[in-house]
Design a protein around this ligand. Sequence first.
Ligand SMILES: Cc1cc2nc3c(=O)[nH]c(=O)nc-3n(C[C@H](O)[C@H](O)[C@H](O)COP(=O)(O)O)c2cc1C
Length: 276
Amino acid sequence: MTTPTVPPQALLDARYQDGSAPHPSQWSPVLETLLAHHSVRKYLPKALPEGTLELLVAAAQSASTSSNLQTWSVVAIEDPARKAMFAELCNNQKHVAQCPLFLIWLADLGRNATLGQEREAVIEANDYCDIFLASIVDAALAAQNAVATAESLGLGTVYIGGIRNHIERVAAELKLPPMVTPVFGLCVGYPDPTETASVKPRLPQAAVLHRDSYSWPQQQPAIATYDQTLKAYFDGQGMQTGGWTKSVMSRLRGIEQLTGREGLKASFRKFGFKMK
Ligand SMILES: Cc1cc2nc3c(=O)[nH]c(=O)nc-3n(C[C@H](O)[C@H](O)[C@H](O)COP(=O)(O)O)c2cc1C
């Protein structure tokens, strides 16, 4: 075990910020990277070292993948004009234009569909919801490996669900074949140290960790605690919020909150996913 640069307990305490953090008897450099995660939305105009993209993709390809089907792909966008165009399509998120590398992660059932067509083979299961779900899971696992790797190299990242706001335009821009869809984008770059964002606390473990069977009652006090914790966190960032529960209710209130993504099922069908 290498000597951690930040004490493990400090990292764990920062993740919960309510005194509920576990006390580790084990530690690793991987944990140090994972626990220090926070999204970065301001980047320096600094190029990534050569080979970074390929290293991130190697890490992504090292993730587990359902039945080794490897039903994901990724498109790297580095051209400033293309990044600016995607930034606009993602509700004008400036960090998309600012980061040196914007990755668009794809659920890709098209590769297997084409292999099937070329061989005149029946691959009926490719049309079922389970395989569609597996491709989304595959893309997410791959991307998260890339995120952890980027952060271990001193880079910052932020996922961009906004890529689904105009998913058909994005698919057309990327020239996606049938049965391939964008899932999310990912900004990668050197964090601008003037950004004040820090580690955002998460729900206490009592809200997410169940033993033997699922329990709602154990979650209620944990959520009440978290409402206070997150409010204090945002107060510290100079942002007034009413706590986590209120923000969840507000985020999910109506379909207008989906910012164009309410038609996603129809888009997936247009892309050729049958989702049987
Ligand atoms: C699938 C996904 C989509 C996201 N989309 C966006 C986005 O479009 N814009 C953005 O600024 N952050 C986005 N985020 C980042 C989340 O807001 C962020 O992860 C969350 O608030 C927790 O903060 P942290 O990552 O700093 O811990 C997304 C995260 C995920 C996992």
